[in-house]
Design a protein around this ligand. Structure first.
Ligand SMILES: Cc1cc2nc3c(=O)[nH]c(=O)nc-3n(C[C@H](O)[C@H](O)[C@H](O)COP(=O)(O)OP(=O)(O)OC[C@H]3O[C@@H](n4cnc5c(N)ncnc54)[C@H](O)[C@@H]3O)c2cc1C
Length: 519
């Protein structure tokens, strides 16, 4: 029945066929969902991973974000080893096609059932317990039941459908930070670019962009600096045919849960990528014969809907590198907010320090913001020191507590990945690919413990979870500090893949001092 006056219709009541029953359903096959599903599959539980697109990896593959950063740990290590075995990884850059393949092979190896091109569109609830999900397939809707659920959709879709408390974007109006459609250029002479004056003297292209905007060579500003440019390993190399992946497209004033706005951003992203490809060809050494090969099939949404969990990771956690007794993953990535409405990035957060609001970078480092704090104030580190005088503690990681994955209301659901419970500043730090994967792995292991012990994920013994994670090669920071109640027999800090800018013993501070960091 159509009610034209009310602008709404009643959905037709119809029977939905049953698809199957699982121990665990993982919603979303990005790196977090991949980590979660593999962790469950490894432990012998029947697990189904449901992914809306046609491959695993989410932003790390379909979004062309080919730089898996943060700590390589547990299943993340296994993934990097598999990538290396197929020559799909070089200097922390991945070959996207090989990455997809490695993820395919790993889920098969660990008996994870996968449904591609299938969206979760609703939750079947019994009070605060999720009984199943409704999926949309080419043949219509079906439902699937399970005992436990992990929401790794990035957007907290399942948690939202289940009625969990969520928040999205910045507090005042729900606007999300800038979204980016990544793109790849082929026909690049990478070595020439590496050895160019531009790379040496203006690596973030800030001067180039400013000059060319003034002269009109650059038609408009997508951002005031290059965010990153990475070599795509494994493509024809050193013959002027290198490929690079670029983060320079930006849409602002974003509402990435709104289909109209998503459509606007895909249109805008493809136009910007085309404009930038032509500009870069004209202006950047080594790119004279370059051409646009592809734009991402998945828009780079940095943050959207986050669960409200038992703990909310805060800007202060990042600034002061807080440690938590229920740590399940660590990160050393500082704030990285791509401005909501204007060009530029913010690498500081307003924090009460020494009795006043100061504009603080993470103790992990991170001077070099392109956006000055308000009132002409300087950017400072957690000790209130400006770039020239900054000293950093050696142990510069912060913890992701298990409670950030546990929604306050729903009983048999965990979240993992960029939708963790956090404020927008903390989320901008904790969202790196390998940190998301580690959160997924922790959610998967926690779910298995909850199944084995017959308790809800909220009520598991977290010490058991931490012990299991550490004993299976996960880095919870145990080499750098004691975790309350967890005994670690042999402590090894394997640096094979450790973050190149990070070492637990020696600290290198990269002060990209600029006018905004000086007093
Ligand atoms: C432009 C950009 C640049 C970045 N740069 C870096 C970088 O240099 N290094 C780094 O480490 N990190 C970087 N990041 C961050 C990182 O890529 C992401 O935060 C991380 O990959 C998120 O992983 P995830 O699994 O939590 O979410 P996602 O990758 O978003 O995965 C979520 C998955 O769920 C699926 N899904 C969503 N809704 C549904 C549904 N209803 N039903 C079924 N499936 C669903 C999606 O299709 C997707 O595959 C960047 C991010 C962006 C956007």
């Amino acid at each position: 029945m159509i009610d034209y006056n009310n602008g709404k219709i009643m959905e037709k009541v119809k029977e939905i066929p049953f698809y199957g029953d699982y121990d665990v359903i993982v919603a979303g096959g990005g790196v977090a969902g991949f980590g979660a599903a593999v962790a469950v599959g490894k432990r012998g539980y029947k697990v189904l991973l449901i992914e809306a697109t046609s491959a695993l990896g989410g932003l790390a593959t379909m979004g062309l974000v080919n730089i898996p950063l943060d700590f390589v740990s547990g299943i993340g290590r296994e993934m990097m080893d598999e990538l290396e075995a197929v020559e799909g990884h070089w200097h922390r850059n991945t070959n996207i096609e090989k990455h997809k393949l490695v993820l395919d092979r790993m889920v098969k190896k660990y008996n994870v059932d996968v449904l591609f091109v299938t969206s979760i569109v609703d939750a079947i609830m019994d009070g605060d317990i999720v009984k199943g999900v409704v999926i949309q397939t080419k043949t219509g809707r079906q439902y699937i039941t399970a005992k436990r659920f992990i929401d790794a959709t990035g957007d907290s879709d399942l948690a939202f459908y289940a009625g969990a408390e969520t928040e999205s974007g910045r507090p005042e109006d729900g606007m999300s930070q800038a979204c980016s459609l990544e793109f790849i250029l082929g026909g690049v002479r990478w070595e020439d670019y590496q050895n160019s004056d531009l790379k040496k003297n203006d690596p973030r292209w800030t001067k180039l962009i400013k000059e060319d905007l003034e002269s009109g060579l650059l038609p408009y500003e997508s951002d005031n600096h290059l965010n990153w440019i990475t070599h795509v390993p494994g493509r024809p190399q050193n013959c002027g045919m290198d490929e690079v992946s670029i983060c320079l497209v930006h849409s602002r004033k974003c509402y990435p849960l709104d289909s109209n706005d998503l459509t606007r951003m895909y249109f805008e992203g493809r136009e910007q990528a085309t404009m930038l490809a032509e500009y870069i060809k004209k202006r950047v050494p080594g790119f004279e014969n370059s051409f646009l090969t592809t734009t991402a099939s998945l828009l780079g949404v940095r943050e959207s809907r986050r669960i409200v969990g038992e703990y909310r990771l805060t800007a202060e956690d990042i600034a002061f590198c807080h440690k938590h007794d229920d740590v399940i993953a660590i990160s050393n990535h500082g704030y990285d907010i791509h401005n909501f409405e204007e060009t530029g990035n913010v690498k500081w957060a307003p924090i009460m320090l020494n009795g006043e609001i100061q504009y603080v970078i993470s103790n992990s480092g991170g001077f070099g913001t392109t956006t000055p704090p308000p009132y002409g104030k300087p950017v400072v580190n957690a000790k209130g020191q400006t770039a020239e005088f900054a000293e950093f503690e050696p142990n510069r990681t912060y913890d992701i507590p298990y409670r950030c994955l546990v929604p306050v209301k729903i009983e048999n659901l965990l979240a993992a990945g960029r939708n963790l419970s956090s404020d927008i500043y903390a989320q901008s730090g904790a969202r790196l690919i390998l940190c998301c994967l580690s959160m997924g792995e922790a959610a998967g292991v926690a779910t298995c413990i909850s199944l084995a012990e017959g308790v809800t994920p909220r009520n598991i013994d977290v010490k058991k979870l931490q012990t299991e994670l550490i004993s299976t090669g996960c880095n919870l920071g145990q080499a750098m500090r004691e975790i309350n109640g967890v005994s670690v027999d042999s402590i090894s800090h394997d640096v094979k893949y450790s973050n190149p800018e990070y070492s637990a013993t020696s600290v290198t501070i990269k002060n990209e001092a600029n006018e905004f960091t000086r007093k």
